[in-house]
Design a protein around this ligand. Sequence first.
Ligand SMILES: [Zn+2]
Length: 424
Amino acid sequence: MAVKRDEHYDEWETISPEARENFINGKLRLQLRHIYDYSVAARAIFEEAGITADDIKNAQDLARIPVTRKEDIIRLQEENPPFGGLETVALPDVERVFISPGPVYEMQPAHVEWFSRALWAAGFRRGDVVLNSFTYHLSPAGLLMHEGLRNCGATVVVTGAGNTEIQLRAMKHLKVNGFLGTPSFLMTLINKAEESGEDFRKNYKLERAWFTGEPLASSARAIFENKYKIDTYQGYAVTEPGGVIAYECKHKQGFHLMDDYVVEIIDPANGLPVDAGEVGEVVVTPVHNKTWGLVRFGTGDLSRLDTSHCPCGRSAPRLRGILGRAGDAVKIRGMFVVGREVEGVMKAFEDITNYQLRVSRIGARDLAEMVISTKAGADEYSITSQIASEFQARCRLKLDSISTVPEADFKPGYPRIEDTRTWE
Ligand SMILES: [Zn+2]
C-alpha cells in the first residue's frame, strides 16, 4: 500500500465500499481457515454449530456461529490453561502476552499497525510530543498506543497512569502538545494545574487529545475544546479482540470501523444481525490476528452502524457512538431503546422538568408512552409535537402518546424508563 498521505493514513481508508467488503471478506476467509486449523477452541465452536470454516464465505455467514463472551473466554482458560485453546501458535512464536481483567491471557502479534489509523485521523504527526497516560502494566493499551503514535511519527512521553504532578511537570518541560488517555484523567491534570494557581491554557501547550476507555460526555468535550482549545478525538477499543475497533475523524460524527475486524450489530437475545441502521450489540471478529482464535466476540456495548457518506472521504461505516450496555436497553416492538438516547432527545427541551418513558403491553403489542411535566407557561402543544418527531428520528420508534402530568407525579429517584411488561 501507498505511504502515508496527508489526511488519510493509507489508500485503504478511501477505497469504495464494495472493494472494502471484498477485501474484508477475503481476510475473513483466510482468518477463519487459519483458526479452524490451529485453534482447538475455535474448531470446537465450529463443530458445535455443525459447520467448518469453509461454510463461512462472508460476513453475513458469521451469524451461523454463536457469540463468544468474556465469561466464555474466562471459562475456557480455566478449563484449559493458560490460553483456553484460543491460541493458534506456540508461545515461543509470540512476542507478548497481555493479562486483562478476568484474568484473561491474550496473545498479540508484534508490530501491529492498525491502531495507527485512529491516531493519524486525530492529527498526530512527526514533531508532536505526546503524553501517553494509558497504562503500560498488564493492559495492552499503553504499549499498543505507544506503537501507534510511533507509526505516525510522534514522540512519546512514557508516563502511564497516575503521578499527576510528575506528568504536569513533564508536560511543561517537554512542551507536550498531545495527550492520550481517558477524559477524566485529562480533567484531573487540568484541575490539578489550576489548583496550584496556573493558567492551563497559557502555561501548557496542549492542543490535541485522544481518548478511549471511557465515554467522552458532550459537556466535557465542549469544555476541552472551547475553554482549553484542545481538539479532542475518541477511539472505540475492546481488549479481547485486539484493541481499537473504530475511530473518529475530524468530523466527529461517529467512529469509522477499522478494516481489521468484521463488526456486526446483533440482537443479543438470538445472536442474529439487526436490520441496517438499528441499535444492537457490537460483535467483533478479528481478521488480522493470526495468533488468536477469537470469533464473534460479544462486547456487550450497544451501537448502530451508519453507512452514509462522511465528508472526510473515509469509506468505512461508522459506529454512531456507544449508546449503553446491552443490559441498559429495553426492547420495544423489536427495537432497542437506550436510556441515554432517550435522555439525549429530552434534554434538548429546556421547558421539560421531568420525563418518564412508560413501556407496557396490551395484548401482543408493546406500548411506548412518554409522560412529561413542564415549566409554567410552556407551549405544550409545540413541545409534544417536537418530541414526537425527535424521538422517532433518534430512537427510531414511534411513541404511542405524549402526555403532560403535574410535577408532583414524579417521585424522587423515579426511573427514566419504566417497563411494566410481564412475560408470563
Ligand atoms: Zn469521517
